[in-house]
Design a protein around this ligand. Structure first.
Ligand code: MOS
Length: 753
């Protein structure tokens, strides 16, 4: 099967270049206004009161002291707050119900479902008064039994349900029997902790009601569904809601859903008839925005003596909340990475009385590749084979499950180039053999893998008689450079200068864009753009048909090249401006992209035809202090295949950022949940350690830049693949340095002593 994309051989005047982000200056000079920075006359400030029990009911509320704080306007609880509608059932066409992070109908119930659940909101003239008042609200509870200890609940895990596009169980052959018969085996148990979202911009909402009309400033990855869901919850027309999200200070999956802060800011605005700003404290983010699930995983591998896999078993236990949560595809990379005649993959979940988890950069794949790629390294050790060589011996020609075609695959090339650039040959394979003074030096590799997708969304392109181009779509710019990439693509597709293109985004009044998730936004926009530009070309040619003097008369769109502000065949052609002026037209406009239904049909059809992904090879060097066990990452190289590179600078930054986040996962990040009370005990950056500059070495990124023939403009998405494989590359380097295999993240020094 071929697609129209295979024929898209575009000129690349701008695509591929390392251009600075168009929003960079505004963001770095403070000119950019984030959700909590919009002034309104009469603006009020809200703060949350969090439950202090894991499960139960509120039996009494005492707001007297809170209301006595000067400047306090209201204290909203389930006793006096106007009710929101409950979440409606999910389904076509009401997919927006999926966007709500929990099913709890805040302030419409006396029930408590997790320790930290918002149970009251204060509204005041200043943020200080609101926060102080929140600290004075007294609640009395009756506690109910709660199940909060993930490790203790492993045995109660139930099989996870799959979805149309992701099965939770997969396999072929008889993996347990093949494992038992294999001459060389490894069988390892891995554990990874929960992780919290720590975007540089904590979640914030400014909500302004005007009758039934509502304006919401919110950092969002999912404008269209959020707006739709707000309309449902507050019983107002969707058209009357405007959600503005031009600047987002990082998101990583944490701003893909609607969490309590947004709903309660909107509710507080309605209750007080004043504009409300609710800027969550860092601690409130931990208590109200889901994070990454913890996991328990088993990876068992069997191989022949020459290093060919005969059995691959990967199973996982993760958690959800009892009041929501997204199960993750933890074993997904194990479906696609290695050729083995016998494969068994199964995912299980434990529902707990905790804040439901949510997506966090490469959900499933980041922790799943930690387990799989650690086990592959251990198997290489057992076989006495170089870990890269082991991977090469098991590199599949087609997808290992079901034999579908791989749209393109460059894992071999990534390792070959990486090994050369990293100096892999200098690695002495014996553990503990490489030293630098007091430091034990280790080198490790791991494969990066993230599926490549597209999502529904529309793009409108307007071509004006003055030569200007406006591209409009309610997509999301969280700092990854999408707006810049789209500007580059639009300029090339139309053959106009970069400066002639203006991209409008982050506003629900624009055509609905794709949600920014699954590393799919740029490819989804590219598909819409290509379609819209195709329509525009046909409209331009329709104008030419009636112009006897035009050199373009009688030519088909596929005979033409877009350049120099117009369409040309060889040296013959005309500018858009000239064509529109002659026709007396002010502008032409066209829209491309798919709606939800079209998308589902396309996704199911394409998933039958091929498997596609972004892949890479991660190379890590660590230094481990032989006395204290301290691990320092001293060098990093990632070689990636993300299809065609649209902007060499922003793509490298995305991949580098993913690696930095992966270093946090490998070495320091963990949300600590008290197993008795379900309370998060380290809800701050002082005690939840993300990597800082001093923890991160120079990270070299290389992209193979080979267009995927099945994707629009050949790009496969670069947002998440960077974090995959990182945990394993670090663990494998630590194993090489010390001889110790650490299977429990994060790799803190106590585990190495
Ligand atoms: Mo994401 S974890 O698809 O923002």
């Amino acid at each position: 099967m071929t697609t129209k994309f295979a024929e898209t051989e575009q000129r690349t005047a701008y695509v591929g270049r390392p251009l600075d982000r168009l929003d960079g200056t505004a963001k770095t000079t403070g000119e950019a206004r984030f959700a909590a920075e919009h002034p309104y006359p009469g603006l009020t400030h809200a703060a949350l009161v969090h439950a202090t029990i894991p499960r139960g009911r509120i039996t009494a509320v005492d707001t007297e002291a809170a209301l006595a704080v000067p400047g306090v306007i209201a204290v909203l609880t389930h006793e006096n707050a106007p009710a929101m509608k409950a979440r409606r059932p999910t389904g076509l066409p009401n997919m927006d119900a999926l966007v709500v992070g929990t099913t709890v109908n805040y302030l419409a119930t006396d029930e408590v479902h997790w320790n930290g659940q918002p149970v009251a909101v204060t509204v005041a003239e200043t943020p200080e008064a609101a926060r102080h008042a929140a600290s004075l609200v007294r609640l009395t509870y009756v506690e109910l039994p709660a199940v909060v200890d993930f490790a203790a609940e492993e045995r109660n895990a139930v099989p996870q349900k799959g979805s149309a596009l992701q099965s939770a169980r997969a396999g072929k052959g008889d993996a347990p029997a093949a494992l038992a018969a294999a001459p060389v085996t490894v069988d390892l148990r891995f554990t990874t902790p929960p992780h919290a979202h720590n975007a540089i911009e904590p979640h914030a909402t400014t909500a302004v009601w005007d009758g039934d009309r509502l304006t919401v400033h919110e950092g969002s990855q999912n404008i269209a569904w959020m707006r739709r869901h707000l309309a449902w919850r507050f019983g107002v027309p969707e058209r009357g809601i405007r959600l503005l999200s031009p600047y987002v200070g990082g998101a990583f999956g944490g701003k893909g859903m609607l969490w309590a802060g947004t709903l309660l800011a909107v509710l507080a605005g309605r209750a007080t008839a004043r504009p409300v700003r609710l800027a969550l404290s860092r601690e409130a983010v931990y208590h109200t925005v889901g994070g990454r699930t913890p996991s328990i995983q088993r990876v068992a591998l069997g191989a022949s003596a020459d290093g060919r896999l005969t059995a691959l078993i990967h199973t996982s236990v993760a958690r959800t909340g009892r009041v929501g949560g997204n199960p993750e595809q933890i074993t997904s990379a194990s479906k696609h990475l290695y050729d083995s005649p016998n494969i068994h993959l199964a995912q299980s979940i434990v529902p707990l009385d905790l804040l439901p988890n949510t997506s966090m950069r490469a959900p499933g794949d980041s922790i799943g590749t930690f387990a799989l790629e650690s086990a592959m390294d251990e198997l290489a050790g057992e076989l006495g084979l170089d870990p890269i060589e082991l991977r090469m011996r098991n590199e599949p020609a087609r997808d290992p499950l079901g034999g579908k075609k791989l749209s393109h695959r460059m894992v071999r090339e990534a390792y070959a180039l990486g090994a050369e650039r990293f100096g892999w040959r200098e690695r002495d394979p014996r553990p503990g053999s490489m030293r630098d003074g007091r430091w034990l030096v280790g080198m490790g590799v791991a494969t990066a893998y993230h599926p490549s997708m597209r999502l529904p969304g529309k793009v409108a392109v307007r071509l004006s008689a003055d030569g200007g181009v406006v591209v409009r779509s309610a997509f999301h710019e969280m700092g990854m450079g999408t707006a810049t990439a789209l500007t580059q693509m639009a300029a090339d597709e139309l053959g106009v200068p970069l400066a002639a293109v203006r991209v409008e985004y982050g506003d629900s009044d624009l055509p609905p864009g794709p949600l920014a998730g699954g590393s799919a936004q740029t490819a989804s926009l590219a598909a819409g753009l290509v379609e819209a530009v195709g329509k525009l070309r046909r409209s331009v040619l329709a104008l030419v048909r009636r112009a006897p003097g035009s050199p373009l008369r009688g030519l088909r769109p596929d005979q033409l090249e877009a350049r120099d502000g117009g369409l040309y065949q060889g040296s013959q052609g005309e500018t858009y401006a000239a064509i529109l002026a002659r026709a007396g037209r002010d502008h032409l406009e066209a829209e491309g992209g798919t709606g939800l239904l079209g998308f589902v049909v396309q996704a199911v059809r394409e998933s039958r035809s091929w498997v596609r992904a972004a892949t890479g090879a991660q190379f890590c060097e660590v230094r481990v202090d032989r006395d204290t066990g301290e691990v320092r990452v001293s060098r990093w190289l990632g070689v990636f295949d993300v299809g065609r590179v649209i902007n060499a600078k922003t793509v490298a930054s995305q991949l580098r950022g993913g690696i930095v986040m992966g270093l946090g996962m490998a070495l320091s990040e963990q949300t600590l949940v008290d197993p008795r009370t379900g309370r998060i005990v380290n809800p701050s950056l002082a005690e939840y350690h993300v990597p800082v500059h001093a923890d991160v070495p120079r990270i070299d990124i290389h992209c193979l830049d080979d267009p995927d023939p099945t994707m629009p403009l050949g790009l496969v998405g670069a947002g998440e693949v960077g974090i995959t494989g990182v945990g394993a590359a670090v663990a494998n380097a630590v194993r090489h340095a010390t001889g110790k295999r650490i299977t429990d993240l994060p790799i803190t020094l106590d585990k190495l002593l």
